[in-house]
Design a protein around this ligand. Sequence first.
Ligand code: CP
Ligand code: NVA
Length: 313
Amino acid sequence: MVRHFLSAADLTRAEVEALLDRAQTLKAEWRNGGHPRDANGALPLQGKTLALVFEKPSLRTRVAFEAGMTQLGGHGSYLSANDIDMGGRESVPDVARNLSRWVQAIAARVFRHATVETLARYATVPVINALSDREHPCQALADMLTLHEHYGRLEGLTLAYVGDGNNVAHSLMLLGATLGVNVRIGCPLDYRPDPEILALAERRAIERGVSVEVTPSPVEAVLGADAVYTDVWTSMGQEHEAARRRPVFQPYQVNAALMTHARSGALFMHCLPAHRGEEVTPDVIDGPQSVVFEQAENRLHVQKALILTLLGL
Ligand code: CP
Ligand code: NVA
């Protein structure tokens, strides 16, 4: 059966833990200038191609996938909206059916989550959600690896997310709950997480003896937290809402005053790109508690581990 990764909830606890372990091994190998090789000395993805179908811009996701494929002996083929105009020049099912004839996996960054679901329905190779309006599961994998590296564990930690309760928050809630992390979301009332995703995350959290909570108070969200996370106030595709959103999100800015409510020395996290002076002040994102570039580096390691896992390698 073909395995897809459309949601952070698509992997079981055991699968995520194995994937993060593998990412850590790949990272150590890469830092020592090496790559995994099979018994014949071949790189594991030799001759294999990952198609990158991107409807929106990307720095981290794209380069992490392309560099990851290169390091494992394969190739990433990037297709922007200008190249294939998915859904315009060609239907989404036909894009999936064509790509499946040439490549071994597809990573897709889409506006509507339904598009990545349609790709998965028609593809005969694994489809990876490289960000949709609903989730950003590759990001959450890198974030959990980063937290684990800093604390030596995940179980029982508290991660506070302050800002828009959308894609990044959804994947953090789901993956955090799966791994035994308490997740608190501080967001404006009109920007709360999707109730279905919240309910699923809460069920997973209860199984692990932790909690997922949503509050309109940023201070309540970060109180005693081990890490404080934020994301842009205006996501890609919502640029026309930027002026309306700014005053609503201003009280949710992560600044030195808000950080004082977290555990002393708490990490600051951001998926990037960041807008300094909006969702986070420069002293916080460029300060000693910030791990944003570690999160960015870890995109490489988790995405390599993810491809190997989905290909059964
Ligand atoms: N964090 C993240 O996904 O970055 P990009 O949009 O640059 O890929
Ligand atoms: N919420 C942001 C994340 C970018 C990585 C967006 O969707 O644009």
